[in-house]
Ligand binder design. Structure first.
Ligand SMILES: Nc1nc2c(ncn2[C@@H]2O[C@H](COP(=O)(O)OP(=O)(O)OP(=O)(O)O)[C@@H](O)[C@H]2O)c(=O)[nH]1
Length: 595
């Protein structure tokens, strides 16, 4: 135990965490250069394509320093806010953290929020100034920022580059010298903290844990304290490049367990494993049920494919326990599912996986957050779909989730950032200068206002010099109304949204204009109306189509005509007929496209 070091890497997105991790793995010969495809740890295809770490992973390195062999467990953490609970669990399994800061970018919002998480768990922080090879690196300036932030000594900051390999040896030395060995009682009953799990189609769910006290042996009967389920430890071991089976994983070490679990739902990140024969009564603290934040309807384009979609969703849920879904029906879209996601990125990933892995073509409706409505009869209703909002006459009030948003930007962008936040119904609670040129702004904002395009807008108005991070701070009463859309007088339930009363007129007008652009002209005129209750507040028309689309090809060559028709057919793939109007997928997402 004395020679084990458990550490994670925390960084703002794109500051070079995965690249640096690869260099550490190469240097310790955990992987050979040949095995080191770019960003080895990101082994899901989607992760590699998007260049982000979606799930945390762990890997063990062996390193000899001054004749002593050390076991270094690196726990990789995801960098995106959608997955922040996983970051917090990974951090809880470590004694130290490498805090990576891009020398050309300086400290960003997630550097700070992840740092706070690490400090909450009393982790030893090793500051690293990465990307020193970049011409735009500003080492002295960024060092000042780091010193201000964590109060370390200048010489404690390690200059590094994941690209050239600068600083790698110094980092390993610092991990051994500065990160404390795990503490724990080898004689005590087993307590192992689950910080991640993965789905393997052959072996079922593989859970990753850190043994906090006691030990876990192959063949043990174990129990997961929060779910109260018992399993046989078919295989335990440590994580190298591949799984490395062992007969026992001891106190302080990081390992995996395979026990025939088939569904991701049964393994909850943050849960504690104990031994059935000699149980610990206490779970390790900090366990939370992960709650979805964003909801949207997912419908098969082809109504016959509902059962296939159900099967695909179930399969996805087997390896991603954070998706929830239940059947719903929409007058406009037929049968589908209301699905809950951790955030917008998570939603996009699920949609993409449905298409790639299950070959499903789906229509997704506008995402919304989860509201709470209090009825006049004193019932509390959770509203995950705007259509479920009770009639105003039967409702006392509605509450919406709020977040605390942390934004770091340059002083010159404070004005525009503030106006954006205020436009999104934000309330500023703090403003502080980190340096003469860098400002941290703290806002409380309704979550519904930021889930869509907030981050994009923030990036645009700050020319990319703003970083953003948030956490939920609970529900508050709001004056929300349901805005409905009618097409030729017919209410399209999938286009309803909840909106603050003060913004509803402007919003109604803009959404009608946007729909007019997105709904293609058809054989007849289409009236687009926005209404609140029975009152129509905006209207636009899509004029009738006069000419045949192929008309301009008359006399032209036939192949061109066929191509045009085919193109049209493809475009139609994601269309839905509502009443007599055909609505394209893009229209269901119109809200996201408002300027
Ligand atoms: N010049 C230079 N580029 C680097 C260095 N380290 C990483 N990069 C580049 O920076 C980008 C982001 O690197 P990643 O390692 O994927 O960053 P990350 O922090 O792991 O990103 P997430 O996993 O998404 O949080 C990639 O394009 C890398 O090639 C470095 O030391 N120097």
């Amino acid at each position: 135990m004395k020679h084990i070091r458990n550490f994670c890497i925390i960084a703002h997105i794109d500051h070079g965490k995965s690249t640096l991790a690869d260099r550490l793995l190469e240097f310790t010969k955990t992987i050979t250069q040949r095995e080191s495809q770019a960003q080895l740890l990101d082994n899901m295809d989607l992760e590699r394509e998007r260049g982000i770490t979606i799930k945390s992973h762990a890997i063990q390195m062996n390193y000899i320093l001054d004749g002593q062999e050390y076991v270094l467990n690196l726990i990789d953490t995801p960098g995106h806010v959608d997955f922040s609970y996983e970051v917090s669990r990974s951090i809880a399994a470590c004694e130290g953290a490498l805090l990576i800061v891009d020398a050309s970018q300086g400290i960003q919002a997630q550097t700070i929020s992840n740092l706070y998480l690490a400090l909450e768990h009393d982790l030893e922080i090793i500051p690293i100034l990465n990307k020193m090879d970049l011409p735009g690196a500003m080492p002295e300036e960024v060092k000042d920022q780091i010193i201000d932030l964590i109060g370390c000594k200048r010489e404690e900051i390690i200059p590094a580059s994941g690209k050239t390999g600068l600083g790698i040896e110094a980092i390993l030395q610092a991990i051994i010298d500065r990160v404390p060995a795990p503490v724990g009682d080898p004689e005590a009953p087993l307590q192992a903290l689950i910080f991640d799990s993965v789905f393997n189609s052959f072996r079922g769910i593989i859970a990753y844990y850190k043994v906090v006290n006691g030990e876990i042996k192959k063949g043990d009967k174990v129990k997961f304290i929060n779910t109260e389920k018992e399993y046989l430890a078919d295989e335990v071991g440590v994580l190298k490049l591949n799984m490395f089976p062992k007969t026992v994983v001891k106190t302080g070490d990081v390992g995996y367990i395979i026990s025939g679990i088939k569904e991701a739902r049964e393994v909850k990140v943050g849960d504690t494993i104990t031994n059935v024969a000699r149980p610990s009564m206490d779970a390790i603290q900090g366990f939370e049920e992960v709650k979805p934040m964003v909801f949207a309807g997912i419908y098969p384009v082809d109504t016959d494919e509902f059962e296939e979609l159900r099967e695909a969703m179930h399969k996805l849920q087997l390896n991603d326990a954070s998706i929830v879904f239940e059947p719903e029906s929409s007058a406009a879209l037929g049968f589908g599912f209301r699905c809950g996601f951790l955030g917008m990125l998570h939603m996009e990933i699920i949609q993409e996986r449905l298409e790639r892995e299950f070959d499903m073509t789906v229509i997704t409706t506008v995402p919304n957050v989860s509201y709470v409505a209090m009825t006049t009869r004193g019932e509390e209703i959770i509203v995950n779909n705007p259509s479920d909002l009770p009639d105003p006459s039967k409702m006392e009030y509605v509450e919406e989730p709020f977040i605390k948003a942390n934004i770091i930007t340059k002083a010159e962008f404070v004005g525009p950032v503030m106006s954006l936040c205020i436009q999104k119904r934000g309330i500023i609670v703090n403003q502080s200068y980190l340096t003469a040129d860098r400002v941290e702004l703290v806002f409380e904002i309704p979550m519904g206002e930021i889930v869509f395009d907030f981050y994009d807008k923030l990036k645009t108005i700050s020319k990319g010099y703003a970083s953003f991070d948030y956490h939920q701070i609970g529900y508050r009463k709001s004056d929300l109304v349901r805005l409905d859309i009618l097409l030729n007088g017919e209410h399209v339930d999938a286009l309803s949204s909840l909106i603050h009363r003060a913004n509803s007129y402007d919003f109604g007008k803009r959404i009608c204009e946007k729909l007019r652009e997105l709904i293609p002209r058809q054989q007849f005129e289409i009236a687009i109306q926005a209404s609140i209750g029975a009152k129509v507040i905006a209207r636009e028309n899509v004029r009738a189509l006069r000419k045949d689309v192929t008309a301009k090809c008359y006399g032209g060559d036939i192949s061109r005509k066929r191509k045009l028709l085919e193109k049209q057919k493809k475009g139609k793939k994601r269309m839905r007929q509502v009443g007599n109007v055909e609505i394209p997928q893009t229209a269901f997402m119109a809200v996201l496209k408002l300027d």
